[in-house]
Design a protein around this ligand. Structure first.
Ligand code: SF4
Length: 681
């Protein structure tokens, strides 16, 4: 039996796998203590899926046909050389994923900058964590999803969850919430739907989608009015308070109620509960953050947490963001992002460039400048970018305004996709390179708590597939740069440790030997003698002056104007059964049987007003596209809002590509939609 971790979400539940692919939860892993959700419990099914790719495919006379590895890689290298000779180094782009191991995320960033010399790299985490990351970096000087271990949730007396639905998305995490409630803790959920999490909570604030800034500022206004703020904490541990205090002066409770739809009495009860608790937490997730003002939204919630003196106060207090993708945390630390080098170093900082270039054995001047964000990279396909290498991502389903993405990918000279199944994006590729899966490889991941974990090889991969580490080495080798790219994951991790040393996300002291010995190590961990850092902010924040920063933000209105043609609000999110673009979970017989098709949740009153019946087809149309889903009438959703799970192709044809000015996060969570019976255009 081999101890490893689930391939799906950021909880990274411990699993134990046997030689016949039997899979159970590991009760010695302190996050899930043996628990698994339906996705993780069925993860082994895909290892032998009949649709699994075991040979490279190359497009020939319009169709993808089996090819040898040499033929496929030669075609990739030739296209890269031709594009760069004609258009320059940035004519080749790399698009990564938050499911890649730390070693692969690190190597992909290095491959782009050293192997290809291109600035054009970003990854799908831009669509996931980028707003919370930018807000946390600005406020605290560091971006670690949970700055404390998940079991600390059980210590909180009050938890405010904003746009977060762990009861559906990561059920094993609920043991810590349940433990808190059994102690008498009070939980409050902000969500336009009465989700499974909201149904378990003590209070549910069904705010209008896209009005979180108004809500958080309104709560802060009441906290100031009722003298609930922590003046000592603000004076001793923060800067920027006066500007925020002034900024929320006009966020009167009745105005907040008018904008958000949350009654004044609920606003007052919420802020009094948070302020009155000895230990309180505010947890945000994608519902709050996947907006074109996502950084400001996360900042508004951080401002409230700081004003109440929560971050770094006690075990069971603070602000945190609940990461989504499996390696959503590690995937954004090691250099896949357009502007970052390993260890959260900055590509724009000459000292950071020199440090990493030295580890890489290249001249700092050779490293390209920062590139562009994920959606902007996709937008450039077929014009500035001629060849795109896509790894562990399925943007045809997961990017906003997805029909436009299909069009751009179709305009490339060459699209190369590495994956283990023919995802919607792989179907458009010119070259498809089949990869190993989670149970067939060694490596590390970093979960939502900043805890670094060992992924272990439990099974041999099928003949014909390769790890991305081998693939990138083999491409670089054809370009004369193979020597820079080791293929043994432990060697890559050891190099990553050196490249991150002294950085914010310092892995220098985290060795595979320590992880294999069972140590639970959270970064930063600067030396092999260091125990790691499970809890941040106890004494100071990692900012130059040691203080957290308030930043004033204001509600600017819902992103897309409602009008007669598009009178309702559309929001998207995850279901209990499927994961991200569904490329994996929709191929699981067990999961596909449980939830076989796209559905739309809407309130019976909205359904009656638009002529929709439960179980029948509903057509949803936005300014960008249209999709048909099966209607589910639910009482717990706002009467002005429709919810779609984003695991099926077509959903993101509807969403808006408007980007946050700082994080470049698209506006996934709110747009104007028309609702009609299917068949009615
Ligand atoms: Fe896997 Fe997440 Fe489910 Fe745990 S909660 S079993 S990590 S998908």
């Amino acid at each position: 039996m081999t101890d490893t971790h689930c391939p799906y979400c950021s909880l990274q539940c411990g699993i134990r796998m046997g030689p016949d692919r039997e899979l159970t939860g590991r009760d010695d892993f302190p996050v899930n203590l043996g628990g698994l959700c339906v996705k993780g419990a069925n993860a082994a099914e895909l290892l032998t899926h009949p649709g699994r790719l075991t040979t490279p495919l190359v497009r020939d006379r319009g169709a993808l046909r089996p090819a040898t590895w040499d033929a496929a890689l030669d075609r990739v290298a030739a296209a890269i050389t031709a594009a760069q000779d004609e258009h320059g180094p940035d004519a080749v782009g790399c698009f990564g994923g938050g499911g890649l191991t730390n070693e692969k995320a690190y190597q992909f960033g290095k491959f782009a900058r050293v192997g290809l010399g291109t600035a054009m790299i970003d990854y799908n985490g831009r669509f996931c964590m980028s707003s919370a990351a930018a807000a946390a970096n600005r406020a605290f000087g560091i971006d670690r999803g949970l700055p404390f271990p998940l079991p600390d949730v059980a210590e909180a007396d009050v938890v405010l969850l904003v746009g977060s639905n762990p009861a559906d998305t990561m059920p094993p995490a609920m043991r810590w919430f349940t433990a808190g409630r059994e102690r008498g803790a009070r939980h409050i959920v902000v969500d336009p739907r009465r989700t499974a999490t909201a149904a378990l909570a003590d209070a549910h604030l069904a705010a209008v989608p896209g009005t979180d800034i108004a809500l958080a500022n309104g709560l802060l206004h009441i906290a100031i009015r009722d003298r609930l703020i922590d003046e000592n904490y603000i004076a001793e541990r923060t800067t920027g308070w006066e500007a925020v205090r002034r900024a929320v002066r006009s966020d009167w409770p009745d105005r907040t109620e008018r904008i958000t739809g949350v009654p004044v009495a609920d606003l007052e009860a919420t802020v009094h509960a948070l302020a009155g608790a000895e230990r309180a937490m505010i947890l945000t997730a994608r519902g709050a953050e996947q907006h074109a003002d996502g950084v400001a939204t996360a900042t508004a919630w951080i401002n409230l947490a700081l004003a109440l003196g929560l971050p770094g106060r006690d075990t069971g207090s603070g602000w945190a963001t609940v990461t989504g993708q499996g390696n959503g945390q590690g995937g954004r630390e090691h250099g896949q992002k357009a502007d970052q080098l390993p260890g959260y170093r900055s590509l724009a900082n000459p000292e950071h460039r020199a440090f990493v270039a030295d580890v890489w054995g290249v001249d700092a001047d050779e490293l390209p400048a920062p590139g562009v964000s994920a959606y902007e990279l996709l937008e450039r396909c077929g014009t500035d970018v001629r060849v795109l290498l896509l790894a562990a991502s399925n943007p045809v389903v997961s990017a906003p305004d997805a029909a436009r993405v299909v069009e751009r990918l179709g305009a490339l000279d060459l699209l190369v996709v590495t994956d283990f199944v023919l995802s919607e994006s792989a179907r458009l590729a010119d070259v498809v390179l089949p990869t190993t899966q989670f149970a067939e490889e060694d490596g590390t991941l970093t979960n939502l708590e900043g805890r670094v974990l060992r992924r272990r090889r439990a099974l041999d991969p099928p003949d014909g597939v390769r790890s991305e580490l081998d693939i990138w080495h083999d491409i670089a080798d054809r370009l004369g740069r193979g020597k820079f790219f080791p293929t043994d994951p432990q060697d890559v991790f050891d190099e990553l440790r050196r490249a991150s040393a002294g950085g914010v996300a310092d892995y220098a002291g985290i060795s595979w030997e320590r992880l294999d010995a069972g140590e639970q190590l959270f970064w930063p961990c600067p030396s092999e003698e260091h125990p790691g850092t499970p809890r941040l902010f106890a004494d100071r924040f990692p900012t130059p002056d040691g203080r957290a920063r308030f930043v004033a933000v204001a509600h600017r209105g819902v992103t897309e104007r409602l009008e007669r043609r598009f009178p309702y609000l559309l929001t998207t999110g995850r279901s209990r059964t499927h994961y991200q673009s569904g490329a994996q979970t929709r191929r699981s017989t067990a999961l596909d049987t449980a939830e076989p098709e796209l559905y739309a949740e809407l309130h019976p009153r909205l359904a009656a007003a638009t002529g929709i019946s439960d179980g029948e087809g509903v057509r949803l149309t936005t300014r960008r596209g249209s999709v048909v889903a099966r209607a589910r009438l639910v009482d717990g959703i706002r009467t002005d809002t429709v919810f779609l799970p984003f695991h099926w192709a077509g959903v993101n044809d509807l969403t808006s590509p408007r980007l946050d000015p700082t994080s470049r996060m698209p506006e996934f969570k709110t747009c104007a939609v028309a609702v009609a019976p299917a068949g009615v255009e």
